[in-house]
Design a protein around this ligand. Structure first.
Ligand code: KG4
Ligand code: ZN
Length: 337
């Protein structure tokens, strides 16, 4: 982690407009304008609406971050912005803002990768988390198991064939009519539920591949909800949610174990919005004794999208010699493996 650069981070890849000021592991400001309330009526993120909301929020969030850190443009050494992956119209707002600031203030610019950012979120929180480690990235758009050999050297060990883990939570919540984002709602409803009541499928359980599939559990969930509704009784919401959460968690944990066995790497990191889920956090923590692994969990505020992780990832890329210039464009499917 480069210690001396004061980096301005900008993140607009999905539905959070975020700006942070970071030096090494020290976070001087970390501001977010969430659009959740705007997207809730639609049961998910509406891309066109997201980019318009980023336009409105971008400069006020930047001003708040500069003010709360007591920073002037002169103090800033580097501007880092998420340039992919993500929604094109959303990414463009951050990228155009960063380019304008870099040109106006005469500062170097670096395009940062959103998934590398999620991996850095946990490194920001834990001084002793150093590569090599295995990272399980679980968010609304991603479900990946990555081997980080060194910063900047990533190998994709496995991903999902269909839905992302967070997307599965969001769809389950939509089926129940319980709103967006689904993860926190399902987790709350699952609290007093019986996770063994419904045996939802744990996809690819017997497969020797590191891969996920969440469309089957979603369909089984929908079918069970319809069956219960048709039977006319009260919907056993807590048991449905607890059983669903159990199936998703077990799939994630089993493939993480497989990744440990396959690589021999015994340092494990978790990141992304679904990393806020308590059952997943407990199951991940239990891998420490079971797999003789060191386990690192991000604080909840670093699970979901933020700009501090982008500043950290951008500063590290810059220190490795990566450079962007004013021709930087958004790349919605930028892959680092
Ligand atoms: O990382 P994130 O903020 O945005 C993306 O890059 O997608 O992740 C958002 C996702 C949503 O799908 C949301 O339902 C899920 O993370 N999520 C959770 C929890 N909190 C957020 N899933 C399960 N349990 C939670 N407590
Ligand atoms: Zn994310």
């Amino acid at each position: 982690m480069p210690e001396d650069l004061l980096t301005l981070g900008i993140e607009t890849s999905c539905d959070d407009t975020a700006v942070a000021l970071v030096r090494g592991r020290e976070i001087l400001a970390d501001e977010i304008a969430s659009q959740i309330a705007d997207h809730t009526p639609f049961g998910g993120v509406v891309p066109e609406l997201a980019s318009r909301k980023h336009q409105e929020a971008m400069l006020p969030v930047l001003a708040r971050a500069m003010e709360s850190a007591g920073t002037t443009p002169d103090d800033i050494d580097l501007i880092a912005v998420t340039s992919g992956p993500g929604l094109m119209g959303s990414l463009l707002v951050g990228v155009m803002t960063a380019k304008a600031l870099a040109q106006g203030w005469g500062k170097p610019l670096i395009g940062a990768n959103h998934l590398e950012g999620h991996m850095f979120a946990n490194m920001l929180a834990h001084d002793d988390l150093e590569p090599p480690f295995i990272c399980l990235i679980v968010s609304g758009g991603h479900t990946e198991i990555v081997l980080c050999r060194a910063t900047g050297q990533y190998e994709l060990l496995g991903t999902t064939r269909d839905d992302a883990a967070g997307e599965a939570y969001d769809k389950a919540s939509k089926i129940l009519g319980m709103g967006y984002p689904g993860g926190p709602v399902i987790e709350r409803a699952a609290r007093d539920g019986d996770p063994d009541r419904f045996a939802f499928p744990i996809a690819l359980r017997g497969s020797h591949e590191i891969e996920f599939s969440f469309s089957g559990v979603k369909t089984a969930f929908r079918t069970e909800v319809e069956r219960q509704r048709a039977s006319g009784g009260e919907l056993p919401v807590s048991d449905l949610c607890a059983s669903f959460q159990r199936a998703v968690t077990l799939a994630l944990i089993q493939k993480t174990e497989l990744a440990v066995r396959r690589t021999g790497v015994r340092r494990l990191s978790l990141s992304g919005g679904v990393a806020a889920n308590s059952e997943l956090r407990e199951a991940f923590t239990a891998l420490a004794p079971k797999m003789r692994a060191e386990v690192y969990l991000p604080p909840k505020r670093f699970c979901t999208d933020n700009a501090a992780m982008i500043a950290a990832a951008g500063a590290a890329a810059y220190a490795r010699g990566a450079r962007s210039d004013l021709r930087l464009t958004a790349d919605p499917s930028w892959s680092i493996w």
